[in-house]
Design a protein around this ligand. Structure first.
Ligand code: HAM
Length: 422
């Protein structure tokens, strides 16, 4: 029989890797809390229509990459490809936008896109994201970007570049769209088949095409920045000025466009360098989506957010596999001493220590070998002699000493010694 394997592009996080995941996640939580964000947890499965109506039905994500299925012949559902649409759905469903003037939400979780798997590009990947509703910016836009840079710095990721652009809003887009179509139309036959379609349905998407011929054409296309209306330009200037005041380094990239349709005005991306990060070097993408809440049936509400790819961050940090710290390993003399050994282990665990034991009744020697293998700080020996005399033998495996301690004092002794020698 063939053994079953994980789905291509979907990875297990093994125990040796989970500590570094937890560190990244807790640093992210700690940074977002400082800026007033609170966690939201939404389902992994949503109605397919949510993504069609938000990400856009002519985007690659929706056209080619979404895992959607019909549930028992009834509802069209999809594994979420990103977190923004779900956050907006939840905000509307629970009326959060009307409860607070500004709502700041954050999330960490798996997302699903049926892309061609490569280093840094997976079919199940994890995003740490944040969404801010109710503030039109641009000061909150700059603050969000600055928060991201602070978080990345705190986890040792400094070799980055922050790219910013403005896509303008409704007062800019129609004129820009016309100019873009006027530029692309004469070159229609040189565009790929997808872009020839996009030229009619969604010309901005042509600028994001990965096909070389289209990239060459897009390179000389007019940029949105040249067409910004006075309000949109003032917004962009406010963003730049605030980033300058905060001392957040950034580069204006007038050709930056992203693969989701909901963006308006501020758009940003953080690229990383170094570690094992290869071609998939965009570690974070985000931007403003002032029209999306209304588009999904809510009141007109400005909003901005970002998503960080956690697998890509891990590739940058070269996180080495880590063993779990073990404070003490309990060694029992034999099966008769196992009940007393488990009681001692329990007492230490309740005191907050990391304690392991082998409860299978193995030989004394094999238990000590196991304690060594786990790099336990102490081996605590509970044999018949110790039980009879009301003691525990404490072998300090680092200092290479052995002490007999009264059983009643064992826990205090270990806690104190660990505290003194940390
Ligand atoms: P996105 O640019 O599609 O934006 O994804 C954000 C980040 O998720 C990317 O920069 C990348 O680090 C990571 N990512 C995307 N696809 C993959 C993949 N297949 N494998 C590994 N990592 C991946 C969004 O998803 C928006 N929801 C961001 C946002 C929030 N905009 C406003 N609010």
């Amino acid at each position: 029989m063939t053994t079953l394997q994980a789905v291509k592009g979907m990875n297990d996080v093994l125990p040796a890797e989970s500590a570094s995941w937890q560190r990244l996640e807790s640093a992210f939580r700690s940074w977002t809390v400082r800026y007033g964000y609170r966690e939201i947890r939404t389902p992994i499965v949503e109605p397919t229509a949510l993504f069609l109506r938000s990400i856009g039905d002519t985007t690659d994500i929706v056209e080619k990459e979404m895992y959607s299925f019909v549930d028992k012949g009834e509802h069209s559902l999809a594994l979420r490809p990103e977190g923004t649409a779900s956050a907006v759905r939840a905000v509307l469903e629970h009326n959060l936008v009307n409860l607070e003037p500004v709502s700041k939400l954050t999330y960490i979780g798996p997302m699903f896109r049926r892309e061609r798997p490569a280093k840094g590009r997976y079919r199940q990947f994890h995003q740490a994201g944040a969404e801010l509703f109710g503030d039109p910016g641009p000061y909150s836009d700059a603050e969000m970007i600055d928060m991201l840079v602070g978080f990345l710095d705190s986890v040792g990721i400094r070799d980055i570049e922050v790219l910013v652009n403005s896509l303008g809003g409704p007062s800019t887009r129609p004129a820009y769209r016309d100019a873009l179509v006027a530029y692309l139309e004469p070159q229609r036959s040189s565009l790929c088949a997808d872009c020839q379609r996009r030229l009619d349905s969604n010309p901005l998407r042509v600028l994001d095409c990965k096909v070389e011929g289209c990239k060459a054409i897009a390179k000389d296309a007019p940029t949105v920045i040249e067409f910004l209306s006075d309000e949109d330009r003032a917004h962009f200037e406010g963003l730049k000025k605030t980033l300058d005041t905060l001392g957040t380094p950034y580069r204006i990239e007038p050709r930056l466009v992203r693969g989701l349709d909901y963006y308006t005005r501020t758009l940003f991306e953080i690229k990383g360098r170094g570690g094992e990060l290869g071609a998939q070097d965009t570690i974070c993408g985000g931007g403003r989506y002032d029209g999306l809440v209304e588009q999904l049936g809510g009141p007109s509400t400005p909003a901005i957010g970002f998503g960080i790819g956690l697998e890509r961050l891990r590739l940058m940090t070269n996180a080495a596999p880590e063993a779990q710290r073990v404070d003490a390993f309990i060694v029992s003399g034999g099966p008769a001493e196992l009940p007393a050994a488990t009681l001692l282990a329990r007492e230490l665990r309740h005191a907050g220590l990391v304690v392991d034991a082998d409860l299978r009744g193995q030989s004394f020697k094999s238990q000590l070998r196991r304690a060594d293998k786990l790099s336990a700080r102490f081996a605590l020996i509970v044999g018949d002699r110790e039980i009879a005399s009301g003691t525990v033998q404490v072998k300090d495996l680092v200092q290479k000493t052995q002490t007999e301690v009264p059983r009643a004092d064992a826990c205090t002794y270990i806690v104190r010694t660990l505290g003194e020698t940390k």
